[in-house]
Design a protein around this ligand. Structure first.
Ligand SMILES: Cc1cc2nc3c(=O)[nH]c(=O)nc-3n(C[C@H](O)[C@H](O)[C@H](O)COP(=O)(O)OP(=O)(O)OC[C@H]3O[C@@H](n4cnc5c(N)ncnc54)[C@H](O)[C@@H]3O)c2cc1C
Length: 494
């Protein structure tokens, strides 16, 4: 056991991955988690015989998990499935259901009659997206930055040919390649993961279409996403990492240069040589360290990703016409995109995502039953703090889904749980309920994002969605590698 002690605040995936990396190179690690379980947003809900993934239901860049376990010399402790098709899209007013395949021949068939010469066009589109992905991966994403100057210098080494893409929107780039509205809408859905719409985010982010359609695709985990956490916990135990559940950090003690301790809700003081914060990196700086750059007013002025409105349904019977991963969209895409981030009322005719885990993992639902996770992205609590209308929105979604799949879901519900942005905020201290944390506009990435190393306290680091490189399961795993690099350099174990 190493002689330096690290306390991680929070047991989300960024923290668990960091704890693995640090404990395996000899640091003494302890984790404080406010919830009774580990995983943060990557969590599990078990109710009335059904098991639900609480948040994430798939991921891209699966090789980041491979890298994590290789780096500690352990086999991957869970099994992954590649999604094929990647997902299914239903657009209101159209009786076509689009299956989105990585295989471009098959994908072309889905758009037959809608987009002439689709295959040639999509190959040209993805070629540009691929180049940006590989030209920025190590210069923007997988790199620590100590200053804005250093970040800009690194950006300046990205080939100049990509420059025009900074001045076009994601949608405009799609318009240059495709005529069909359906193709443009479906390819632009990924923009919402960034905390933006395709109409206001630069076209460099069409690299996300390359990651889904060509590069590594999407994956989930056999037996449910929580197997990731269940696979990590025994490895941490093997290295003597203690996780203290139901332990919420409520205040901190520090001098001018060092974090000295954190204090939990019972007044217990926890000391360590190093601290890694897995709570939101922007919120933590404002709330606990009183930093002027991170006051509530300043945080409210930043761009945040949409908040989740999630419904977990156990349903009697087998629902036809629905697949594992499904998007249900309305017929007013542009208007919807223009208002969804700033509307103070619940969306009418909501757009939503449905994951039916029981389609590939029968153990998560009783026999002849289906297990539905519904995610409707909604405005965060800056704009819509009141959720007294939660039941109404839930019913609207369930009724719409029933009509679209031709199955009376409402009258076959065995169990139902709804989390509004308020529950999401309260469960994991997500800032104003934002589901994926800070958005990823060009002014909020790299050195413009809250750093993973504290500006003032030299033994304080951050990992997770709102620090660098950003949000999403594989991205916070990359984040854990970046802070390990920093810690090994700044505070090596003797
Ligand atoms: C509904 C939803 C669906 C998603 N779907 C996907 C998906 O399909 N694919 C994908 O890749 N990503 C998805 N994401 C994003 C993904 O879940 C996150 O990017 C990732 O899990 C964030 O991990 P993190 O390390 O930031 O930790 P978090 O999950 O934020 O965990 C932080 C932990 O810190 C704890 N904590 C906070 N404050 C304190 C405190 N003061 N004291 C002690 N503990 C504290 C919290 O309780 C929590 O357990 C989704 C997110 C949501 C909300």
């Amino acid at each position: 056991m190493g002689n330096k002690k690290v306390i991680l605040v929070g047991a989300g995936l960024g923290s668990l991955a960091s704890a693995l990396r640090l404990s395996y190179v000899g640091y003494q690690v302890e984790i404080l988690e406010k919830q009774p379980t580990a995983g943060g947003r990557l969590n599990i809900l078990q109710k009335d015989g059904f098991t639900f993934d609480v948040g994430p239901s798939f991921f891209s860049m699966s090789y980041e998990f491979v890298e994590l376990f290789e780096s500690i010399g352990e086999p991957i402790p869970f099994e992954v499935n590649e999604l094929n098709p990647l997902y299914t899209v239903n657009i209101a007013g159209s009786d076509r259901v689009f299956q989105i395949y990585k295989d471009l021949d098959k994908l072309a068939n889905e758009f037959k009659g809608l987009e002439n010469d689709f295959e040639t066009k999509v190959r040209a589109y993805l070629k540009g997206a691929k180049e940006i992905f590989h030209d920025t991966e190590y210069k923007v994403v997988k790199k620590n930055f100590d200053s804005i100057v250093g970040f800009i210098a690194s950006m300046a080494t990205v080939p100049m040919k990509h420059l025009p893409k900074l001045f076009r929107t994601f949608w405009e780039e799609l318009e240059r390649h495709f005529d069909s509205e359906e193709v443009k809408i479906i390819f632009s859905l990924v923009a919402f993961f960034l905390g933006a719409t395709p109409f206001n985010t630069p076209s460099v982010y069409n690299l996300l279409n390359y990651t889904e359609l060509e590069h590594d695709g999407y994956w989930n985990v056999k037996g449910g996403m929580y197997k990731i956490v269940e696979g990590i916990l025994p490895l941490l135990e093997k290295k003597g990492v203690k996780i203290h559940y139901n332990t919420e950090v409520k205040s901190v003690n520090h001098n001018k240069t060092k974090m000295e301790s954190v204090v939990d809700q019972n007044g217990k003081t926890w000391t360590a040589d190093l601290f890694v914060i897995n709570a939101d990196a922007a919120w933590f700086r404002g709330h606990f360290l009183n930093r002027k750059k991170f006051t509530e007013e300043k945080l409210d002025a930043l761009e945040w990703t949409l908040a989740p409105f999630t419904i977990y349904l156990g349903v009697k019977g087998t629902i036809p016409g629905i697949h594992h991963h499904n998007y249900f969209l309305g017929d007013n895409f542009r208007d919807y995109a223009d208002t969804i981030f700033r509307s103070s009322v619940a969306p009418k005719k909501p757009y939503y995502y449905v994951n039916v885990a029981s389609k590939s993992n029968p153990n998560c639902a009783p026999e002849n039953c289906e297990n539905l996770f519904i995610l409707c992205p909604v405005p965060d609590m800056r704009v819509k703090p009141n959720w007294d209308d939660a039941e109404e929105l839930a019913n609207e979604i369930i009724d719409d889904l029933s009509k679209r799949v031709g199955y009376d879901i409402q009258n076959n519900i065995i169990t139902k749980t709804v989390y509004t942005p308020i529950e999401w905020k309260n469960m994991f201290n997500l800032y104003k309920g934002s589901g994926l944390g800070l958005a990823h506009g060009l002014n909020q990435i790299g050195a413009f994002r809250p750093s993973n190393k504290d500006e003032e306290l030299n033994n304080l680091y951050y990992v997770g969605a709102s620090t660098t490189p950003g949000t999403g399961l594989p991205i916070v795993v990359i984040g854990s590698k970046l802070i390990q690099e920093r810690i090994l350099k700044d505070h090596p174990n003797a």
